[in-house]
Design a protein. Structure first.
Length: 732
C-alpha cells in the first residue's frame, strides 16, 4: 500500500442541501454561521486520517451521499470528493415534486437530466428522492386543482328575460322541438340548490333542430357588440350549436364556442363536466335596421342525450352599454395596470401589477406580496386608492372585490378619513373568492385600503367596486362550486398517477432505486392523517384525500411504470429514538403488501446526535432486520450542537458514526444490506444554509479536510481500525 501526502481540498463554492426530515429541518439562513475546521486535531491523527483510502473502498454494499445537484454540477472540487468516495448519490431537493412541477402541473426534467448525465460519467448511480411526501410539494398547484370552481358572472348586465325559466313557465321562451322533453329541473344547476334547463333528445334525434329551445326577443342597439353565454353539460358526449332568426346575416354561424382561441366550428361538444359556451356578435353580424334578435339552442344532433343548462348563467350582454354602476374607485379592474393605487405600508416591492394569467378576468390584477404575519396589525402591508366622490352621511355603501392568495391568507379592508371603518378579517385561499362589505357612511371617508399584513403571502386582487346603492344593474355575480370529497379524491389520485408515472417512465433507464413514500408515520407509530397542522407553503398531505391506501397506490404505480427489478423503498426518521414509530412503519409496510403493493426496502434516515440512545439504535436494526426487507440508512448525519466542536466532541462524533455502521453490519444480514447514505459532504456554512445551520454534522470540515468522523466511518465500514496497518513513513 502506498500512503499519500495530506492534500487539503479547497472548494470554490457550495450550495444548500434539503433533507426529507420536515420536523428537523430549519428552513432559514443563519448569517452568523462560522466555518468549522479540524485544525485543532492532533497532527498525528490528521496525518493518519489523510492516509485512508476513499470511503467506498472499505465496503461492498452501496455507499451513498446526499448532495445538492447544483453544487455537484458547478463545483469541481465538491464533485471530485463525491465521485471519489461514493457509489450512489441522492439529490437532496431537485427530484421532489416542489422542485420539478410548475403551477400548471407540468414537470421540468431539465436540471435532473443534466445531473444524471454528469453522474453517469463518474460511474455513480442516482437514488430517486422522493416521489410521494407531504413536504416539498407544489402545494399551490395541488390545492388549486381541488379548490372550489369560481364561475364568472356575465360580462355585464344581463338583458335576457329569464323570468320564465326561473318560475318554470317558459313564458316568452319557445320549446319548438322538445324531443323527449324540455323542463326545469330543481337542484340540477351549478350551485347547490340551483335550477337547470333539462333538455332530452329522442331516440331518433339526428338533426340539430330536433331538440330546440328558442329565446325571447333581445333588443339591440345599432353599432353595439353582444355576448351570449351559458354553462352546459350532458350525461354522455353531446353536440350542440346556437342558431339565429333572420335578424342575423348568417343564421348558422361557425364560432369558437368556448372562447379558447381554437378554430371556428359548426357545433360544440359537451361532456359530463360543466363548461361555458360564450360567443360574441359584432355589429356587422346583424341585418341592417334590426332592432332585436332571437337565438336557438339546438341540441338534436345526437339521440338519447340529456343536457343541463344552468339557469343562472344564461345571459345576453350588451358589451357597449353605458355603465349602470358608478364605481367610486378608479381602475378597479386593473386592465391597464395599477394606476391610482399606491403602497401606504409594506416592503418596497409589496405592490405590483399582475398580468392576465393571474387575473380573475380581463388583462390584469393587482399583486400584493406581504412579508409579515401580524394578525393584530394588518396595516403593516397596506394598499390604498382614493375615492372619486364625496361620501354622504347615513347612506349605505358596498365594497366588493375578488381575491385569492397563493396559500391560505387573510385580508381586511378599511377606509381613510376622520372616522375609519374596518372590515372583519376575511380568509383567503388559492381559489378566487368574492368578498362584499357593507357599511353606513359618515361623510368623512376619503379612500379605500386593503390591509394584508395579517398573514404573510402573495395575494391577487381584481374587480374592486365601491358603490353607493343608488346605481343598479351590473354583471351577474360569480358562482362558487365546491368539489365533493369524491371529486377531490379522483382529482388528487389522477395527479399522483400523472406525477409518479411520468417520473418512473422518464427515468426508467437511469434510476433503479426510489424513495416511493416518505415519512408516513407520526411519532407515536400511527399513520399521519393530513390534519397535523403544518402550514408550510410546500405542505400537502396526499393521505388526506386518498386515505390509508395512498401508499398502496404509490407503490403500485411505481412498479407499473418502472422496471420490475427497481428497488422501491419506504422511508422515515426517528425510528431509532421512537421504537413505537419503527413498529408502526413495519406494520404499515405489512398493510401495503396485504393490499397488493410490493415494498422492497425500508429506509431509516438517522439524523442523530451524540446523545442518541445506542441501545435503541441496535434494537431498531433488529426490528428492521426481522422484516426480511432490504434495509438502508438513508440520511445519516451526527450533529454536535455547535459549529466549533472540540477535539473531544469530534472524537465522540467519530465513535457514533462507527457505532452506527457497526450495528448496521451486525444486525442486518448481508443479503438485506442495501447500503448507507451519508447526508451531506462537509461542515461548510454554504452547505448548511437551509439544513442544520450552526452545526458540524459531516465527515469533512469547512475546508473539505477529512474529520475524525471520516476515520470512524471508514473503520466501521472496514470492520477494523484501518490505521493500525500504517507504517511510520510517508511514501510518494
Amino acid at each position: 500500500m502506498k500512503y499519500k501526502y495530506i492534500i487539503p481540498v479547497i472548494a470554490s463554492s457550495l450550495m444548500l442541501l434539503a433533507s426529507c426530515d420536515d420536523n428537523l429541518m430549519e428552513w432559514e439562513k443563519d448569517p452568523e454561521h462560522g466555518e468549522v475546521t479540524g485544525a485543532e486535531l492532533p497532527l498525528e491523527l490528521v496525518e493518519k486520517i489523510s492516509r485512508y483510502d476513499n470511503l467506498k473502498t472499505y465496503t461492498d454494499f452501496v455507499l451513498g451521499n446526499g448532495i445538492g445537484a447544483d453544487l455537484y454540477l458547478t463545483d469541481a472540487a465538491y464533485r471530485k470528493i463525491v465521485n471519489d468516495n461514493f457509489d450512489e448519490v441522492t439529490p437532496g431537493y431537485e427530484m421532489k415534486h416542489g422542485a420539478m412541477v410548475n403551477s400548471k402541473g407540468e414537470i421540468n426534467f431539465t436540471k435532473v437530466d443534466a445531473f444524471i448525465a454528469e453522474t453517469k460519467k463518474a460511474g455513480l448511480t442516482v437514488f430517486g428522492h422522493t416521489l410521494v411526501w407531504h413536504s416539498n410539494q407544489n402545494a399551490s398547484y395541488l390545492n388549486s386543482i381541488i379548490a372550489p370552481t369560481v364561475i364568472p358572472g356575465s360580462s355585464g348586465t344581463n338583458t335576457l328575460d329569464v323570468a320564465g325559466l326561473k318560475n318554470g313557465t317558459f313564458t316568452n321562451w319557445a320549446r319548438n322541438n322538445p324531443g323527449k322533453g324540455i323542463a326545469i329541473a330543481a337542484n340540477e344547476g351549478l350551485a347547490t340548490g340551483s335550477q337547470a334547463i333539462k333538455l332530452e333528445s329522442s331516440a331518433t334525434s339526428s338533426a340539430p333542430y330536433n331538440l330546440q329551445l328558442t329565446s325571447p326577443d333581445v333588443s339591440i342597439v345599432s353599432g353595439h357588440n353582444y355576448e351570449i353565454s351559458f354553462y352546459i353539460k350532458s350525461d354522455v358526449t353531446g353536440k350542440g350549436r346556437i342558431s339565429f332568426n333572420a335578424s342575423l346575416t348568417n343564421q348558422y354561424p361557425y364560432k369558437d364556442w368556448f372562447s379558447t382561441g381554437g378554430s371556428w366550428t359548426e357545433a360544440f361538444a359537451t361532456t359530463s363536466a360543466w363548461q361555458q359556451v360564450k360567443i360574441k356578435l359584432a355589429p356587422g353580424d346583424f341585418v341592417g335596421g334590426s332592432t332585436n334578435f332571437k337565438f336557438n339552442i339546438d341540441l338534436g344532433y345526437l339521440p338519447n342525450v340529456t343536457y343541463l343548462i344552468d339557469v343562472n348563467t344564461i345571459a345576453v350582454v350588451d358589451l357597449d352599454a353605458a355603465a349602470t354602476v358608478t364605481n367610486l374607485v378608479a381602475n378597479g379592474n386593473f386592465n391597464a395596470g395599477i394606476s391610482g393605487w399606491s403602497k401606504y405600508n409594506g416592503a418596497n416591492d409589496a405592490l405590483s401589477a399582475a398580468g392576465a394569467a393571474d387575473a380573475y378576468e380581463g388583462n390584469g390584477a393587482m399583486k400584493v406580496v406581504n412579508a409579515t404575519s401580524d394578525a393584530a396589525n394588518q396595516w403593516k402591508t397596506q394598499i390604498h386608492a382614493d375615492f372619486t366622490s364625496t361620501f354622504t352621511s347615513g347612506k349605505e355603501y358596498t365594497i366588493s372585490y375578488m381575491i385569492r392568495s397563493e396559500a391560505t391568507g387573510s385580508v381586511r379592508c378599511s377606509t381613510t378619513g376622520t372616522t375609519a371603518h374596518y372590515q372583519g378579517d376575511q380568509a383567503t385561499t388559492p381559489s378566487w373568492k368574492l368578498v362584499e362589505w357593507k357599511f353606513t357612511g359618515n361623510g368623512t371617508e376619503t379612500g379605500l385600503n386593503f390591509d394584508l399584513g395579517g398573514a404573510a403571502g402573495t395575494y391577487y386582487i381584481d374587480n374592486v367596486s365601491v358603490t353607493d346603492g343608488s346605481s343598479g344593474g351590473g354583471p351577474t355575480a360569480p358562482i362558487t362550486i365546491n368539489k365533493t370529497e369524491a371529486e377531490k379524491t379522483k382529482i388528487i389520485g389522477d395527479a399522483m398517477t400523472d406525477w409518479v408515472s411520468k417520473m418512473m417512465t422518464h427515468y426508467k433507464t437511469s434510476v433503479f432505486a426510489w424513495d416511493v413514500v416518505n415519512e408516513p408515520m407520526k411519532e407515536d407509530g400511527t399513520l399521519r392523517t393530513g390534519n397535523e397542522g403544518d402550514t408550510a407553503a410546500d405542505f400537502f398531505s396526499w393521505i388526506k384525500y386518498l386515505g390509508k391506501d395512498y401508499a398502496v397506490t404509490a407503490f403500485k404505480l411505481a412498479r407499473q411504470y418502472g422496471n420490475a427489478t427497481d428497488k422501491l423503498f419506504i422511508n422515515d426518521y426517528n425510528l431509532e429514538s421512537r421504537l413505537d414509530k419503527c413498529d408502526g412503519l413495519i406494520q404499515y409496510v405489512e398493510y401495503i403488501e396485504s393490499q397488493g403493493g410490493k415494498v422492497d426496502g425500508i429506509g431509516t434516515q438517522m439524523h442523530i446526535g451524540l446523545n442518541t440512545d445506542k441501545d435503541k439504535i441496535a434494537q431498531m436494526f433488529q426490528k428492521l432486520a426481522a422484516t426480511g426487507k432490504l434495509i438502508k440508512i438513508s440520511e445519516l448525519d451526527v450533529r454536535l450542537g455547535t459549529n466549533a466542536p472540540t477535539v473531544a466532541q469530534q472524537a465522540s462524533q467519530a465513535e457514533m458514526y462507527q457505532y452506527v455502521v457497526d450495528m448496521y453490519k451486525k444486525h442486518i444480514p448481508a443479503a438485506q444490506q442495501y447500503g448507507i447514505t451519508v447526508w451531506g459532504v462537509s461542515d461548510n456554512s454554504k452547505e448548511h444554509e437551509f439544513w442544520l445551520p450552526d452545526e458540524a454534522p459531516n465527515l469533512w470540515d469547512a475546508n473539505y479536510v477529512r474529520k475524525h468522523a471520516y476515520k470512524g466511518t471508514a473503520d466501521g465500514l472496514a470492520g477494523k481500525d484501518v490505521s493500525k496497518d500504517f507504517s511510520g513513513e510517508l511514501v510518494k
